[in-house]
Design a binder for this molecule. Structure first.
Ligand code: DCP
Ligand code: CA
Ligand code: CA
Length: 369
């Protein structure tokens, strides 16, 4: 049986992108070290390496390195240094993204050389089929454009992203849900989004070097050190838990309503009566705009005027007001359990929209399979 909450997400990342674009328009570069640099113009040598092909990387050239240092590392080698030509790379990127988009149920570009693809339905929630799809994509992109990329496949964005980095260039790394923990375990903790220099130093002091160390750490302690939001995020991330939907850029808008309770209260039913009014209003707009939504959030403004929020992401987009009521109830129920202040004002918000037609198709194609 297909479990609707299971997802299959890919992250595609183009290999040595700027330098590969240069090789594309001049294939004679391929065997040579190629360094693409951002020249600052102060002196002929000043500036930094944007990227280098894998031949140049063998000599120790890296993104961000000063150009003079790259030149020194390549002394006596027939290397090619080129200035960044952003416009051209963007043209190549646009062509590639259009191809990748065709392989996805939902597509989200996240940079000039990266995109997330939710392929859950396309591959019938099968990692074996996802592997075939990724292989097919590689052949197609090689044939149509002539470049290689690395792809990570996982049950969510977080795992897909880390997997895409595991074997480069021209990599294909698949991490099934049941292998996530073992896969993440040995990876240095600073590879997690949000773990920068400062945080990783802090973690190191706590004896946390790998994602595995972090996953095994006491979540309460993490909350003490990093605060509630970050502490919980780090703990979930280390355990491979990530509910972020793959979302088409531009779809990130939301619809929300806010209202004041007749009196401050902690009575769930009283609060939900007000919430119902807000929900009816929201649903009217939703049906007018023919949207379906995947994210539901509540906001509570407390008697001391602090603002708190809770949210939930659905497995499937919905248009159903009853569903919205149910989730709002659930969120307020939980909220009241974790806070002991009275609520003064409440808000309901939905986001993660799809045009309804597309959402219907998504659902039915699930059932057909
Ligand atoms: N880039 C840059 N300066 C940096 C890092 C990157 O100008 N410090 C640019 C050039 C890269 C592009 O962004 O080609 C994409 O960055 P990536 O980090 O994905 O690196 P590459 O695609 O170059 O290499 P890889 O094969 O490791 O993905
Ligand atoms: Ca890249
Ligand atoms: Ca990248």
């Amino acid at each position: 049986m297909i479990r609707l909450q299971d997802r299959i997400v890919m992250l595609v990342d183009l290999d040595y992108f700027f330098a590969q674009c240069e090789e594309l328009r001049n294939p004679t570069l391929k065997e040579k070290p190629v360094v693409v640099g951002m020249y600052s113009g102060r002196t002929e040598e000043s500036g930094a390496v944007s990227t280098a092909n894998y031949v140049a990387r063998k000599y120790g050239v890296k993104s961000g390195m000063p150009l003079f240092l790259a030149k020194r590392k390549l002394e006596g080698v027939e290397a090619v240094f080129l200035p960044v030509d952003h416009e051209y790379y963007e043209q190549v990127s646009d062509r590639l993204m259009q191809i990748f988009r065709g392989y996805a149920d939902v597509f989200e570009q996240v940079g000039i050389d990266e995109a997330y693809l939710d392929v859950t339905e396309k591959v019938h929630v099968s990692f074996d089929e996802a592997k075939e799809l990724a292989e097919q994509m590689k052949v197609d992109v090689k044939k149509q454009v002539g470049v290689t990329f690395s792809v990570g496949v996982g049950p969510n964005k977080l795992v897909a992203k880390i997997a895409s980095d595991a074997q480069k260039p021209d990599g294909l790394t698949i991490v099934r849900a049941e292998d996530v923990k073992a896969f993440l375990q040995p990876i240095p903790v600073d590879r997690l989004l949000g773990v920068g220099k400062k945080t990783s130093k802090r973690m190191s002091e706590l004896g946390i070097e790998t994602i595995g160390n972090l996953a095994g750490f006491d979540v309460q302690k993490l909350v003490e050190v990093f605060g509630r939001t970050l502490g919980v995020y780090f703990f979930n991330a280390a355990n491979g838990v990530d509910d972020e939907p793959v979302q088409e850029a531009g779809d990130a808008e939301s619809i929300s309503r806010i209202g004041t309770l007749k009196e401050n209260s902690r009575d769930l039913e009283f609060i939900l009566t007000k919430a119902d009014e807000l929900i009816s209003d929201i649903c009217e707009e939703v049906s007018q705009k023919q949207l379906s939504f995947r994210q539901v959030g509540i906001v509570a403004i407390l008697s001391d005027l602090t603002v708190r929020s809770r949210s939930k992401t659905l497995e499937q987009p919905t248009t159903n007001p009853e569903m919205l009521r149910m989730i709002v109830r659930e969120l307020f129920e939980k909220f009241l359990a974790d806070s002991d202040l009275e609520i003064r004002r409440i808000g309901v918000k939905i986001s993660g929209f799809l045009k309804e037609e597309k959402a219907q198709k998504r659902l039915t194609s699930f059932f057909e399979n």
